[in-house]
Design a protein around this ligand. Structure first.
Ligand code: ADP
Ligand code: MG
Ligand code: MG
Length: 207
């Protein structure tokens, strides 16, 4: 198992959060198409707070970083996504051993716990056209990886992107887009886009 030093992982998490912040307008347009248009604003605010919380941590491991980022996101993000993404990172951090250095297997197990917490909290499942449709295949892909973390996270990001693309063909059954029914077809889910952007930038940040 090839691990990653803690400073490098924290910096990559900050870069990933900042990539979501920089995607505010794209996410706004995505939520204007099938929701109420506030996803970009909420996620930009929430992931700004995520990055700032990590910047304040001194020599923190992956567990503490994910916990602090998730808590900040939960407190500032607002909307369904603030609670959903806040829960994801917080529960992922809680599931990682405090001093563990992240390797693909440990991270996949932690993210799987984060996803389970999201499902417990929001009661959505795969196929409902939510961030779960990006996160579930992404975490499954990460769990298959054994080598170095950067390559493993690239595989995770690729699976997140295809999961997100597949949400175009789903009719929303939960959240704001549910009211649109069939008219949500053709549009990707905004939260799935956020998850994908985060994964892609995390992988880039470790390269
Ligand atoms: P709101 O719907 O309150 O305006 P946002 O627009 O910020 O919140 O976020 C919408 C996104 O949140 C959706 O695109 C979806 O990915 C995610 N989401 C909403 N409800 C759930 C849920 N129950 N489980 C998982 N993700 C959800
Ligand atoms: Mg919205
Ligand atoms: Mg809203």
């Amino acid at each position: 198992m090839i691990t990653m030093d803690r400073t490098g992982f924290k910096a990559a998490l900050v870069a990933a959060a900042e990539a979501v912040v920089a995607s505010k307008d794209v996410l706004t347009r995505a939520d204007q198409a099938i929701g109420d248009g506030d996803h970009g604003i909420g996620m930009a605010r929430g992931f700004r707070a995520f990055a700032d919380a990590l910047a304040k941590l001194d020599d923190a491991g992956a567990s503490a970083c994910l916990q602090a980022g998730g808590k900040a996101l939960m407190m500032t993000g607002g909307g369904a996504s603030g609670a959903i993404f806040g829960t994801f990172y917080t529960a992922s951090g809680n599931a990682l051993e405090a001093e563990a250095e992240p390797d693909p297997t440990a991270l996949a197990a932690a993210f799987a716990a984060g996803l389970q917490a999201v499902k417990d909290r929001g009661r959505a499942k795969a196929g409902d056209k939510t961030m779960i449709d990006a996160a579930e295949p992404a975490i499954a892909a990460l769990a298959q990886q054994q080598g170095a973390l950067p390559a493993a996270l690239e595989a995770m990001a690729a699976a997140a992107r295809s999961g997100m693309e597949a949400t175009r063909d789903m009719v929303a059954t939960t959240g704001k887009a549910r009211a649109l029914g069939e008219r949500s077809l053709g549009h990707p889910d905004p939260g799935a886009m956020t998850f994908t952007i985060f994964c892609e930038a995390l992988a880039r940040g470790l390269r």
